[in-house]
Design a protein around this ligand. Sequence first.
Ligand code: FES
Length: 63
Amino acid sequence: MYICICNAIRETDLRKAALCCEGDAESTYASLGKRPNCGQCLEEAQQIIEDERTAASCEMFAA
Ligand code: FES
């Protein structure tokens, strides 16, 4: 599923990028070589990024 139509960023790519960089959605987009255009995706993207980072930190404690 595409999260950002303007940049054709898929949810799976966004989740991977979230674990490889720090910062907000715009920073995560930048790590993919993208910049927000219309900005409609940013709120949902930020939520996905936070969810992915939270899940990853929980996995660290479970290991
Ligand atoms: S949908 Fe992401 S910037 Fe437009």
